[in-house]
Design a protein around this ligand. Structure first.
Ligand code: R5P
Length: 295
């Protein structure tokens, strides 16, 4: 029997695109809240005897994890052969170290919970910094899709004379990769984060590139403070308003409006987190990764 995909609420468009790309069906599932705030889930009988993937992007994860893990259990108990997770955005990857005494390494705990309920995981550019690979924390098969190729193709076709800019040292690896695929130069800014919303950046000799269109690329835009600090700096260096590209458009609270008001040019994102800025699709790459997992 052909595999099927099930969407957690809000993930239907991504799951439909994935199903179309992979030539499979999306089947329904019931996920709702009881009046007391607890989750109710129910698997469709069609999952019986099939390999099932559940599509659930994990921005704002605290409200999603409980119903997601319950649905994985329900799907398995309803007779699925296997249950995989397609999480285009994988949450809790940034608390990857005990920065202060008394903290915990959240990335490890969330990975353990997910590993206990799923057979495999496919995701897009998880924030791998102090954790070098998903296999260090996930006990299940996993595939990481890189959005770089799709971002580079978009930049190449839409931006005239681009200069790729990474807002911090952490972005260097994949801004460099996007730049080489887009056949464009790149620079990396230096960032100091002093708190959740306090970020400073400095730019090495960016003035040399005034004839280029600056394209800021970051993996996650959450509070947008990193992007805003970079936009500010570029403005002071008399550069053109930068095109801002996010792989994961998390945009907490008013972050999107703040970024626009700070002087960003076009704001564009991949479709890993549904947002009006989604213009770059990673679905074909995710479908290939899922098929590679033997789904
Ligand atoms: C940091 O390590 C990441 O690559 C992003 O730069 C960061 O997560 C962006 O966060 P925010 O939008 O809150 O500044």
């Amino acid at each position: 029997m052909k595999p099927v995909v099930v969407a957690m609420p809000g993930n239907e468009p991504f799951a439909d695109a994935l199903a179309a790309e992979a030539g499979i069906d999306r089947i329904p599932a019931t996920v709702r809240r009881f009046p007391d705030g607890e989750s109710y889930v129910r698997a469709d009988p069609l999952v019986q005897g099939r390999r099932v993937s559940i599509a659930c992007t994990l921005d704002r994860p605290d409200d999603k994890l409980v119903p997601l893990l319950l649905l994985a259990a329900a799907v398995r108990e309803a007779g699925a052969l296997s249950v995989g997770l397609v999480a285009p955005y994988l949450a809790y990857m940034r608390q990857d170290r005990r920065f202060n005494p008394g903290e915990t390494i959240s990335a490890r705990h969330v990975a353990a919970w997910i590993s206990r309920h799923f057979d495999w995981l496919a995701t897009v550019d998880p924030h791998l910094h102090r954790i070098a690979g998903l296999s260090q924390i996930y006990g299940i098969a996993s595939r990481v899709v890189h959005a770089g190729h799709s971002v580079a193709a978009w930049v190449q076709s839409k931006v005239r004379n681009p200069l790729l800019i990474g807002p911090d040292e952490e972005s260097a690896q994949w801004v460099g990769d996007v730049a080489s695929q887009a056949n464009a130069p790149f620079v990396v800014l230096r960032k100091v984060r002093r708190g959740d919303r306090e970020v400073e950046v400095s730019v090495p000799d960016v003035e040399h590139w005034r004839s280029h269109t600056p394209v800021l690329v970051d993996d996650i835009v959450s509070t947008a403070r990193t992007m805003i600090a970079a936009v500010d700096h570029l403005r002071r260096a008399a550069m053109a308003p930068p095109v801002c590209v996010a792989v994961h458009a998390v945009f907490a609270q008013r972050a999107f409006e703040d970024l626009r008001e700070a002087g960003a040019g076009d704001i564009v994102s991949c479709d890993t987190v549904a947002h009006p800025t989604n213009r770059i699709s990673v679905v074909p790459s995710v479908a290939a990764a899922v098929q590679d997992l033997g789904f």
